[in-house]
Design a protein around this ligand. Structure first.
Ligand SMILES: *Cc1c(COP(=O)(O)O)cnc(C)c1O
Length: 841
């Protein structure tokens, strides 16, 4: 262990164990670990949840005294021992995939939400990345995280008494973060270089330990750098397009170089969103250098090991850069390193390569450099197939090769200590370490009284926490002692708490509940069935509209005098999320369908017995059933029609008034709301295992990582023989594709038996180079019909071939079309060669 700072307790017996515990972020999801830090410094721990900072701040005397306490020592040693043991026993991965074709997956992401103590995240994207790494540690999937260390992270939020948001950028002293500098074998700080126009930039590297997984972080704040470059990694999602491009160069190009410097050779690279797309270029470059091949071959071979996960539901969500900016930053790289022209590079990020004005789209690059693409919910994959359509001209949208893995959350990170205890009693300690099928049954055995008691406690605990937090918030904003005191009186235990916390982006409609302020006020102050509402969320500093929505809430609370029932908590972050998802009775989500690609916050309440009330969008569109929660919307898209928003607001009030609140307050003779508890139980049993990383990570392993690693292995075998073969075949196709045509298509039909015979002009291609198919669009909800046609080998005329098939179908012969495309020999999917030719088209 090397620390940049002297720690107070170096010499004390047992101190090493504390250091080990503090620097392993897997401690963040173990409730027993929290207790250790709380005992060392309650205030600092509660404020920061940063064990490393606690360890630095605590006095020598306190450390010596605490470590000398046998009970404390015992607990500490046991925690560390248990942690180590968990990592030596056979994991889910070792048991289920003993011969897996990969030894490492490198996971690239612009943000990671792992712990409050490591503020390098903004929201959902980082959440998915962080929870994925944590699950990899739990399930023993060999994974390496690659990200950036931001000196200031995402902005911190202050809200003044008039509801104005102020963005703050406190500096994160890396020495106080639970990470360590990455050193080479001889003790030198590992530094890497990437080239920007006219300058080299030095990158420093850090590591964060998350159980079995290491997260490597790069930063440019090296004193050897030109001042403008020191700030490249200062803010997450700050600055302009130029800064973003530089950050993405650090992540993609620098990230791959870091792996090489560490002698790590992942077979699979997982791109979490298009920000990381430059990795595909650098991975190909490194293959070129090692094997002496050209770029095209190198990309064909290495793309087989890349997976691209897209997270946006609108085309405008992708990073796009002007051709001039790409030229400025990457022309030299393209020409000198990849040995391709700038035009060739630009073509990789365009849907129409010949269009000089089309910007360079990082998602298009990721797509052209990956073996598979996936969306993050079923609905999102459908939406993505439309967004990616420009890359697949003339392909029917449903056939586009974009499937989905619905996100899951890492339950141990989001459960409360009492929820952990409840689940442990019902399902055992190992419940999130592998197969989760038996969980549902065990949860269904929990009785009403136990569940309701658990929920009532959670509600009470949240009331206390939010009083504390609000008082603190007001004090920081300079409120009067009276105001601060009255903050300690807001809310009442046992009144239903509705929670809404997320980015204040317009599409999430954070003000939907404010549509009719009086109706909302009536809900809040109802004499028998009142409701309490807790809100939180940041609006991006450039998003004025989002900030106005925050202000609208703050003003409503003040003007309607409902501060005892509604609070807006500032600075939404991971720690606040934990408190909210553990305590709310109902979690509300009101996105405009289909703009919430998945959404994860609602999944975090499941393990804690909270219920979801959400628009049928993202994950809820597939998870919802009347037995597990409430749905808003008709499951269709209505764009941003204000009339429809109003209608949905009405529906939301109606649902609260007539279903949600009555269910909460209708009690049996023991004071238990039986219907509510039934929903709770079913939501916990049915949804928690499904929407956990315990389901999503194995899906990634089995559907993507293993096939990709196999494809990559095949393509790199024999010096890349298969890769070269694919490139040669495609060169042939490039040359002769324009000559390929349907000479004729003859059809014959006797009622339901149709016969098709297509004569195809081949140019110089062989008949085997093409796949000819009979196709009919899907109708009335049925899948499309598609069947290969067989070459008639008796026919021989140079430059032509006949393909035939017959089909029995109730559909008229005129529904069918013949089409042809390159034979998919050796290809992973049409992602690699989307050419297609239609009869008559
Ligand atoms: C879970 C979480 C998110 C993502 O929530 P969504 O419902 O997907 O918007 C964002 N920010 C924080 C701090 C979170 O904990």
């Amino acid at each position: 262990m090397t620390s940049p700072y002297e720690l107070p307790g170096e010499a004390i017996e047992g101190f090493d164990t504390l250091v080990e515990l503090a620097l392993d972020l897997s401690g963040t999801w173990k409730h027993a670990t929290d207790r250790i830090w709380r005992e060392l410094d309650t205030t600092l721990w509660n404020l920061t949840h940063n064990p490393w900072a606690v360890l630095q701040a605590v006095s020598h005397e306190k450390l010596a005294r605490t470590l000398a306490d046998p009970e404390f020592r015992n607990r500490l040693d046991q925690l560390v021992r248990l942690g180590r043991e968990q990592h030596v026993g056979p994991s889910w991965f070792e048991q289920n995939h003993p011969g897996a074709p990969f030894t490492a997956v490198a996971y690239f992401s612009m943000e990671f939400m792992v712990s409050e103590a490591l503020p390098i995240y903004s929201g959902g994207l980082g959440n998915v990345a962080g929870d994925h790494l944590k699950a990899a540690s739990d399930l023993g999937v060999p994974m390496i995280g690659i990200g950036l260390l931001y000196q200031q992270g995402y902005f911190r939020q202050l809200i003044d008494s008039d509801g104005n948001q102020h963005a703050l950028y406190p500096y994160n002293d890396p020495g106080q973060l639970p990470i360590t500098p990455l050193r080479t074998a001889n003790g030198e700080w590992l530094r890497l270089q990437i080239v920007l126009p006219g300058y080299s930039v030095w990158l420093r590297a850090w590591q964060a330990r998350i159980g079995r997984v290491t997260l490597y972080l790069l930063d440019s704040n090296d004193i050897a750098n030109y001042p403008a470059h020191r700030g490249i990694t200062s803010e997450l999602y700050g600055g302009d397009a130029e800064l973003r491009l530089k950050q993405e160069m650090v992540l993609g190009i620098g990230g791959w170089r870091l792996l090489e410097a560490l002698d790590l050779h992942p077979q699979v690279c997982h791109l979490n969103e298009g920000h990381a797309a430059l990795i595909v270029l650098e991975r190909a470059r490194s293959y070129m250098q090692r094997t002496g091949t050209d770029f095209k071959t190198a990309l064909t071979i290495t793309r087989a090991g890349n997976l691209f996960t897209t997270h946006t539901a609108v085309a405008a969500g992708f990073d796009r850069f002007s051709p001039a900016l790409i030229a400025q930053y990457l022309q030299h790289y393209a020409e000198e390193k990849l040995k391709i022209s700038l035009a060739d590079l630009l073509a990789l990020g365009r849907s129409r390569p010949e269009d000089d004005d089309e910007p360079f789209n990082m998602a298009w690059l990721a797509c052209r450099g990956s073996g598979f693409i996936n969306g993050v919910s079923q609905l999102h994959a459908r939406v993505s197939r439309h967004i990616f359509q420009p890359l697949f001209p003339r392909w029917p949208t449903p056939e586009l090769p974009i499937a989905h893995v619905t996100n899951g959350v890492h339950m141990p990170s989001w459960d409360s200590a009492p929820a952990d205890a409840l689940w442990t009693r019902a399902c055992g300690k190992e419940r999130w370490l592998g197969c989760s099928e038996p969980l549902a049954m065990s949860i269904r055995h929990l009785d009403d009284a136990t569940l309701w008691q658990f929920r009532t406690e959670a509600n009470r605990e949240l009331v206390e926490q939010l009083r504390e937090r609000l008082a603190h918030q007001l004090a920081t904003a300079g409120a009067t002692p009276e105001a601060i005191e009255s903050a300690r009186q807001v809310f009442e235990p046992r009144i239903m708490i509705l929670g809404f916390a997320r980015r204040f982006a317009t599409y999430k409609r954070p003000n939907l509940l404010l549509h009719d302020p009086q109706r909302l006020k009536a809900l809040l102050t109802h004499p028998e069935r009142p409701m309490q509402l807790v809100l939180a969320g940041k609006a991006h500093p450039a998003d004025r509209t989002g900030q106005a929505l925050i202000q609208q809430w703050v003003r409503f609370i003040r003007e309607e005098n409902v501060g005892h029932r509604v609070v807006f908590l500032a600075d939404y972050n991971m720690q606040l999320t934990e408190q909210l998802v553990q305590g709310v009775d109902v979690w509300l989500n009101t996105p405009r369908r289909p703009w919430e690609a998945c959404g994860t916050s609602g999944m975090k309440v499941l393990v804690n017995g909270g219920l979801n009330l959400s628009e049928l969008d993202g994950w809820w569109a597939e998870a919802y059933a009347p037995e597990v929660g409430w749905a808003l919307g008709d499951g269709r898209e209505h764009a941003d029609d204000p009339g429809y928003d109003a209608q949905e607001a009405e529906a939301l009030y109606h649902l609260l008034e007539h279903e949600v609140l009555p269910a909460f307050y209708t009690r049996n003779e023991e004071g238990i709301p039986v219907g509510w508890v039934e929903r709770m139980r079913e939501s916990m049993a049915r949804l928690t295992p499904l929407y956990s990383t315990n389901r999503s990570l194995p899906e990634y392993v089995e559907r993507y990582y293993i096939p990709l690693a196999e494809a990559w292995r095949d393509r790199t075998a024999d010096d890349g023989a298969r890769g070269r073969r694919i490139v040669n075949r495609r060169r042939q196709l490039d040359r002769y594709w324009s000559e390929v045509a349907f000479e004729s298509v003859e059809t014959e039909s006797d009622g339901h038996q149709h016969r098709f015979r297509a004569c195809v002009r081949l140019g110089e291609l062989t008949p085997e180079a093409l796949l000819v198919e009979l196709y009919a669009d899907g109708v009335s909800g049925r899948a499309a019909i598609c069947q290969p046609m067989i070459q008639n080998v008796d026919f021989s005329r140079s430059g032509e071939a006949i393909y035939e098939t017959r089909i029995t179908s109730y559909r008229p012969v005129t529904d069918f079309t013949v089409r042809l495309r390159p034979a998919p020999i050796d290809l992973i999917s049409i992602l690699e060669d989307p050419r297609i030719l239609w009869q008559g088209g």
